[in-house]
Design a protein around this ligand. Sequence first.
Ligand code: ZN
Length: 1037
Amino acid sequence: MALEEKREKRPPVTPMMIEEEAALRNGSRGLPPGPWADAAGPRPRTTERHIAVHKRLVLGFAVSILALLAVTMIAVLLSVRFEECGAAADGPPRAGGNGSLSGAARQPPGAGQPPGRPEEEARGGEAAEEEEEEEEEEEWQRRRELPPWARPRLPRHLRPLHYNLMLSAFMENFTFSGEVNVQLEVRNASRYIVLHAHRMHIEAVRVAEDKLAGGVRVARTFFYPQTQVFVVVLNRSLEVQRSYNLKIIYNALIENELLGFFRSSYVLHGERRFLGVTQFSPTHARKAFPCFDEPIYKATFKISIRHQATYLSLSNMPVETSVFEEDGWVTDHFSQTPLMSTYYLAWAVCNFTYRETVTKSGVVVRLYARPDAIRRGSGDYALNITRRLIEFYEDYFKVPYSLPKLDLLAVPKHPYAAMENWGLSVFVEQRILLDPSISSILYLLDVTMVIVHELCHQWFGDLVTPVWWEDVWLKEGFAHYFEFIGTDYLYPGWNMEKQRFLTDVLHEVMLLDGLASSHPVSQEVQQASDIDRVFDWIAYKKGAALIRMLASFMGHSVFQMGLQDYLTIHKYGNAARNDLWNTLSKALKRVGKSVNIQEVMDQWTLQMGYPVITILGNETTDNIIVISQERFVYDSDTKPKDPARGDNSYLWQIPLTIAVGNTSHISSEAIIWVSNKSEHHRIPALEEASWLLGNINQTGYFRVNYDIRNWKLLINQLTRNHEVISVSNRAGLIDDAFNLARAGYLPQNIPLEIMRYLSEEKDFLPWHAASRALYPLDKLLDRTENYNIFNEYILRQVASMYLKLGWPTNNLNKSLVQASYQHEELRREVIMLACSFGNKHCHQQAATLISDWISSNRNRIPLNVRDIVYCTGVSLMDEDVWEFIWMKFHSTTAVSEKKILLEALTCSDDRNLLNRLLNLSLNSEVVLDQDAIDVIIHVARNPHGRDLAWKFFREKWKILNARYGEALFMNSKLVSGVTEFLNTEGELRELKNFIKSYEGGAAVSFSRAVETVEANVRWQRLYKEELFQWLRKSLTQ
Ligand SMILES: [Zn+2]
């Protein structure tokens, strides 16, 4: 599963810049003469459009208010019904009737009632059953055991071998009915069949012994909503080593939400069309059919889908036969799947069209999307790279792709960027459709990496599946790591694994994992409600960073061999982390190396956080340096999460590489394994003026600190000749220095002194690292009195490179993109910094481009900087520009363009507009559900909107939590996005008060939010003045 990346950073709009540019809004007053004045002087004429937009807005408002009323009424109705059900559902509810084909199980609480629900059968022996039920309960109590349906995991006495699933999808009223036949193997005799089923209406249940005629009588059935299971109690025990068939007939809704079997829609030729699609990971297959919904229960599946012939249906396997009925219905029978888990099973009913390609090994790859997108060729890029990537993975893993086909499905609405269903991977349109004529490199990169990610899962996840969710990083860490390896295969010049991995993965996750409230990458998962929690950046990014460290100390070719063995041994099965460690240790042994990988990696996967290594050297004459390790935390005041275990007890076995250098020369050393708190090591080449550099190419998952003398030597080296130090280490030094200073390990001036060499830096990565590291610092300062001092300092560092690089033109073609990716990305980064911090020329350029677009109605803004220009334009220019962008947001059909237009609207400094946007964001007709979160977060990043977004979030928490609560990742993204830059005592108090009174999940996100804001407040108190003092001095020099 790919989560939404936040690769892009919106240019921060700063108070100073706004004041300075206020003239712009009022016409050309105060503007320098020249072409700029001509371009920006006469305000663009948008009056007519403006009126149209205005009408639309009024209409939009009316619609949203009506929608809100409707939603409220439905919510009230539902809550009434919930109470009714809730009262009845005390204890295991019972279903009526005995007999072989019977048992209308009662609706679970909160479930909508599907139409066509049959009358519940008369309850003959109700009293007798109740007694029986009570006796049973007492029996379990006497045995001091939880009954099998109340346990967090399914009881192990049964195993599904094969499912036959027949579905009928009724798209006209968004319901479906199903009949599932599960072939069961009995491991321990038992009277109970316990399997997952949630939010469905069960019409009939029958159990029969497989080989013999005649059923096993069903005594009663009931839902147990607390564990989302359905229980079939039999009159006699199922016998060991026999196999039985369980038949369940049921129906449910195709819900208007984001999980299970759900619906969404799009508009084609003015007509709304609907589609139904599934999202089962991690625990939502149980909403679509009764099943053993844990990854360990691999089985084969044979699916049939009956639907109107105006639709087509898709599933993991190809259609074997289609049977047409006279009444315009058709049933597609799909081939049987190999052994697989429920969470990556999938189907869809839609009227999409497709394009197709075939790999060398004969795998048919199709991309399905809205007919207009297919016609435009928006899916061709994805289709083309998918074919190449399947070939890449088959070669890299030496295991062929397992299924005859792979369909990629582009849907308008999805809770994640994408989902790796085996043979039918689903992508949100914004992450797979690409129109080359209007997409930036960054957008192309996003699309590429999501596809590389999902394809990796066809092996890591689908073919070999983690045993249980605690090791979800085993699949997500690999898929994330391979995003970079696979993209390097497609674009060899981009050096993703050596470069962008650092900023986008390593630096990003170290921010999170440096909080005391972090958690280990392998985390215990008890119940279903914990499972969503494990899909977070720690699992994805820390997982990937640890895998990269592992690959690097093993050596890449041995690592690759190990993975090939791992996949071959465990294919069509499940594996736990120790299985991986064993296979990798064996691979190392084969090349004559002996490292106990399990011992090393357990420390990294079972402990939270990461170490900061301090290297103290050059003080003695005998070339001895002292290396010590401690756990890195941003806020050393916060108590460790586990009070029994102080930070002092954290220890890692660290594969440290150290280089010694002087002005012209650098020598690399082999790995030093550091495993104690403090160690002495001898470094032969150490001379008086040599500097030491740890963690060569930042392959390790830790930070490195030095004595001030060594930092000064490094800064000196960077200033004189930075190329002696590798690009990745230059980026690493920047990120380490900023974060060590933020956490108080290092004086505040060191990172700002390092930055000075950037005026000579021609590589993208160090600039990118600096820009990302500056971002949180900027947010800490952007509402302070002395902000302009900081602003001025950054502008000075950026000015000369901005002048040197200039602006891009708009004639990028594909081959050019490939060749000049680094250069274009560097230029983009520098323009973003310049415009964000208020470089006058940059502002003028942006305004000119916007004015040209408005007056000519032709968008000639270079693709790669459109988001920067839109945002800068909206923040500087008047309301008409906002309306213009708003109108374009509505009229464009290209998803990449829509996204950046929407984000640009959040850049305004007009609080009324920001409030209007926030309110409109919850109207699903205007802003897609998954995009509303981005709107709120982006408003929070804007210093003029931070308090508005924070207030809006608190007021709408109930609605937001109801909408996203189940897709926990979205909720936690929202919580952290809205709170991460709060930094005053008052805001901290508001946050704590809100948490006291709030309802709903996301507790983990809130505790992380409190710690982050506490660290922000603490930094303001302790270090802000130190920073400003140094800046003042530095600017007057
Ligand atoms: Zn994934």
